[in-house]
Write a protein that binds this ligand. Structure first.
Ligand code: GLN
Length: 537
């Protein structure tokens, strides 16, 4: 078993997660069984309690773990299925160490960062190795080298490498090589300093992956090689992608990063066959069709808040050989300006998940606009609840219908708290989370798209459709196309007499991959580009 550690330098948001995932793609395509793991140095036990403004999207796994969004990249770029073991936070490390201390496991000893905290971190790497039996474990350390809170993780991987012995571990440092406009040059100094910092704590990176806007020329590569103490072929250029993040594996392959990693780790495997990946890029760069999709949310200013949703839309495009222009629409703007004005020219409208009251009315207006104008609509979690509220108010004429999340005193609580949630008071990890089975109804659009009758989809919610209203909705043409196996929970709804109006209580975006677009997203984009409302770009 071999271990790769990916650290980051100079600035955050470098795309370390993408680099780790892309390396995973290449190694997997060489025939190795891989596992990917993320360490996050913050003290939250998981990101489930953090605002999207702080953290971006919370990615949910089959087992219900609420994790960092990099795990989304790992699942999209490879065939690995992740579990809660694949994301470790300082919060979890300290929680375990402190529980051990209270149980008396360290009796007599002073509990310290070294060795108790670092041992716990190493234990989690071994645990993943044991559980997955992977040939290669790729562990990404969140944060930037030099952060105080990241030190125990770096110390732990240093110790890990020492204990594992030569040829079993490989350190990759992802760094930033800025382009200074005034000088017209790329600058290597921050990279030199960041690597020096790592060497100070005993880690000597063997590959330097340089994120840059312009190509790294030979001279710069030599300079980085000299100052960072790596051979020149270990200086890897990772330029900003022209079209899509899915180009990153091909970019790393061109730079022979995977060859070098295999040599360092004495891994023998054929060169990866990336033909299918190249075909995905072809469809992304030169698609046959084009469509514009409006995503109506309240975190639209943030690149990362709806990460998996944006990715799944793009995959839906790949599935239809269709380029997608995603336009982010602020639901509060719809409240001010009206749906008519804000939602013109879209082939489809998507309302993603969300919490809290802000912007809700704008989303309801968006669902109404899509329903009345027969524009394809895809609702995800909150997006399904929104579609329900809209239908209740404007078709069933249930005035002031709402979700009790937003109006506890509504006369028509068409969306209400799940039974299991009524006694829940703690916030962390207490929603209905993770993969649950859903039964689809024969003859519905959902069943037709999935091509099967039982599907497993990931959830993250506290509220649900209120069954008290089922009959009234059904009579008016609101179709319950997916239910939990016991029939009690509404999982998918759709509308008759509409080209595509489908919404799910679960989050299909978490199961989409570029080479396996999710059926609901594929269907949504297909409907969107056939849309008469769509004006060619
Ligand atoms: N706020 C809603 C609920 O808790 C929707 C959650 C979501 O969209 N993830 O049920």
């Amino acid at each position: 078993m071999k271990f790769i550690f990916v650290t980051g330098g100079v600035v955050s948001s470098l795309g370390k997660g993408l680099t780790a995932a892309a390396l995973g793609t290449l190694l997997e395509n060489r025939g190795f069984k891989i596992a990917l793991q993320k360490f996050d140095p913050y003290l939250n036990v998981d990101p489930g309690t953090m605002s999207p403004f702080q953290h971006g999207e919370v990615y949910v796994l089959d087992d219900g773990a609420e994790t960092d969004l990099d795990l989304g990249h790992y699942e999209r770029f490879t065939s690995v299925k992740l579990t809660r073991l694949n994301n470790l936070t300082s919060g979890q490390v300290y929680q375990t160490v402190l529980n051990n201390e209270r149980e008396g496991k360290y009796l007599g000893k002073t509990v310290q960062v070294i060795p108790h905290v670092t041992d716990e971190i190493k234990r989690r790497i071994h645990l993943l190795a044991e559980q997955t039996k992977a040939d290669v474990i790729i562990t990404e350390i969140g944060g930037t080298t030099g952060d105080i809170e990241g030190l125990p993780f770096l110390e732990a991987i240093r110790e890990f490498a020492l204990e594992a012995g030569a040829g079993r571990t490989c350190f990759i440092h992802v760094t930033y090589v800025p382009f200074i406009k005034a000088a017209g040059e790329l600058k290597t100094k921050p990279t030199q300093q960041s690597v020096a910092k790592l060497r100070e704590i005993g880690i000597a990176p063997q590959l330097i992956v340089c994120r840059c806007e312009k190509p790294l020329d030979k001279e710069l590569r030599q300079k980085i090689s000299l100052f960072c103490n790596v051979p020149v072929e270990a200086v890897i250029e990772e330029k900003d992608v022209d079209h899509s993040i899915y180009e990153v594996p091909l970019m790393l392959q061109r730079e022979r990063a995977d060859d070098l990693v295999c040599r360092l780790l004495h891994l023998d495997g054929p060169a990866p066959n990336m033909a299918h990946w190249q075909e995905i890029i072809r469809k992304l760069i030169a698609p046959q069709h084009r469509v514009r999709i409006g995503v109506v949310g309240k975190y639209i200013g943030l690149q990362d808040a709806y990460k998996s949703v944006y990715e799944a839309i793009i995959h839906g495009g790949v599935g239809n050989d269709c380029g997608v222009e995603i336009v982010r629409v602020d639901s509060e703007e719809i409240e001010k300006e009206g749906a008519e004005k804000m939602l013109q020219g879209f082939g489809g409208i998507l309302v993603p998940g969300g919490f809290g009251e802000r912007g809700i009315e704008g989303k309801i207006q968006a669902a109404r606009f899509a329903r009345e104008n027969k524009i394809p609509y895809l609702g995800l979690c909150l997006g399904m609840q929104i579609a329900t509220i809209e239908f209740a108010r404007n078709v069933l004429k249930l005035e002031k219908a709402h979700s009790t999340e937003f109006d506890p005193d509504t006369p028509h609580p068409v969306i209400a708290l799940l039974d299991g949630q009524k006694k829940v008071t703690k916030k962390g990890g207490t929603m209905r989370l993770g993969a649950q089975a859903c039964q689809l109804t024969i003859g519905t659009k959902a069943a037709q798209l999935y091509g099967s009758f039982v599907v497993n989809e990931r959830h993250r919610h506290r509220f649900e459709f209120n069954n008290h209203y089922r009959e009234r909705f059904e009579k008016a043409g609101f179709v319950f196309s997916g239910l939990s196996p016991d029939g009690k929970l509404v999982e998918v709804i759709e509308l008759k007499d509409h080209p595509f109006f489908v919404a799910s209580q679960f989050h299909p975006e978490f199961l989409s991959k570029p080479h396996q677009p999710h059926p609901l997203f594929r269907g949504f984009i297909a409907a969107a580009h056939q849309q008469i409302h769509h004006k060619p770009l």
